[in-house]
Design a protein around this ligand. Structure first.
Ligand code: 5GP
Length: 286
């Protein structure tokens, strides 16, 4: 996973990498199979390259052969690799006998405290295959109904700082006076193994992750009005009054981030919200 910023230096870097990649292909040091299976290389370096240009870089392939392949696959001369339609891509891979290793998709689910995220996620995943939930680390004290290692690993401030210092967290944030973070290794391994990973995290962490994993799908779960949140937090009986006040204040801030999300689910009617979430996860999963 690479964090790359679109500036002139970055553009030069990509051009250089693209030339190196083409040379390696021509010499046979790099195969098309390996290239297309390397997500970082593919996304950053190849997706903006014309299919024709890529074909010309293959061993024993010049303009004439590249042109013939394009015609056979019904791909326009100007088409870029990243712009291939689903069928075109399938035909391209079949032509070269390439199988793409399936990688999982990352889902980020956020929303104000009390909007019902946790229950909706648990119920949506019940009977749905191919998903795993990440277990966060937090310095927040364990609640009565919580078990260590289920939704959270409850750790000390010192342990949290160590994880952060050793770059073991994909993201981290402070929320109402406590620290929360997503262990990096688990997420990376699961995605590589083809699982769809769900992160239930607050908005600051969500923005950090989106910056690193651009194709993460972001879902915001909320309620029709802020008044509903107060009622729900009161009813669930897990927080003290002062804690509820803090959470309400944070919720108002969190609502401002809705615009950055791919989809918003309003939990007005639980069953409807659940159906929406289930459908969304199933339609977007890899
Ligand atoms: P709670 O204390 O109610 O379990 O969680 C408080 C907030 O922290 C919720 O919005 C929850 O989604 C978020 N959260 C839980 N785990 C993480 C995490 O690993 N990283 C971030 N940034 N937020 C998290």
């Amino acid at each position: 996973m690479t964090v790359l910023k679109p500036n002139a230096k970055f553009a030069r870097f990509i051009r250089k990498k693209r030339s190196e990649t083409k040379r390696a292909l021509k010499k046979g040091d790099l195969t098309l199979n390996k290239l297309l299976n390397d997500n970082d290389l593919y996304k950053e370096i190849i997706s903006n390259m014309k299919v024709f240009e890529l074909l010309k870089s293959l061993p024993k392939t010049g303009r004439v052969r590249a042109d013939k392949i394009l015609k056979k696959l019904k791909i326009n001369y100007c088409k870029k690799m990243g712009g291939l339609g689903k069928n075109q891509k399938k035909n391209f891979l079949n032509y070269f006998n390439i199988e793409i290793e399936k990688k999982g998709k990352l889902f980020i689910i956020s929303g104000p405290s009390g909007a019902g995220k946790s229950s909706l996620i648990s119920d949506a995943l019940n009977g749905t295959s191919g998903f795993v939930r990440s277990v966060s680390v937090t310095t927040r004290p364990k609640r009565k109904n919580e078990k260590d290692g289920e939704k959270y690993r409850f750790i000390s401030n010192k342990q949290f700082e160590n994880l952060k210092k050793n770059e073991k967290l994909l993201e981290c944030a402070a929320y109402c006076g406590y620290s929360y973070g997503t262990p990096k290794d688990f997420v990376q391994k699961q995605l590589e193994a083809g699982a769809n990973v769900i992160l239930e995290i607050e908005v600051q962490g969500a923005m950090q992750v989106k910056n690193i994993i651009e194709d993460a799908y972001m879902i915001f779960i909320t309620v029709p009005s802020i008044i509903n949140l107060k009622e729900r937090l009161g009813k669930r009986n897990t927080e003290e009054c002062i804690e509820i006040k803090k959470r309400m204040k944070t919720s108002e801030e969190e609502l401002k981030y809705q615009k950055y999300y791919d989809c918003i689910i309003i939990n007005n009617n639980y069953n409807e919200a659940l159906l929406n979430l289930k459908n969304l996860l199933n339609s977007q999963k890899e």
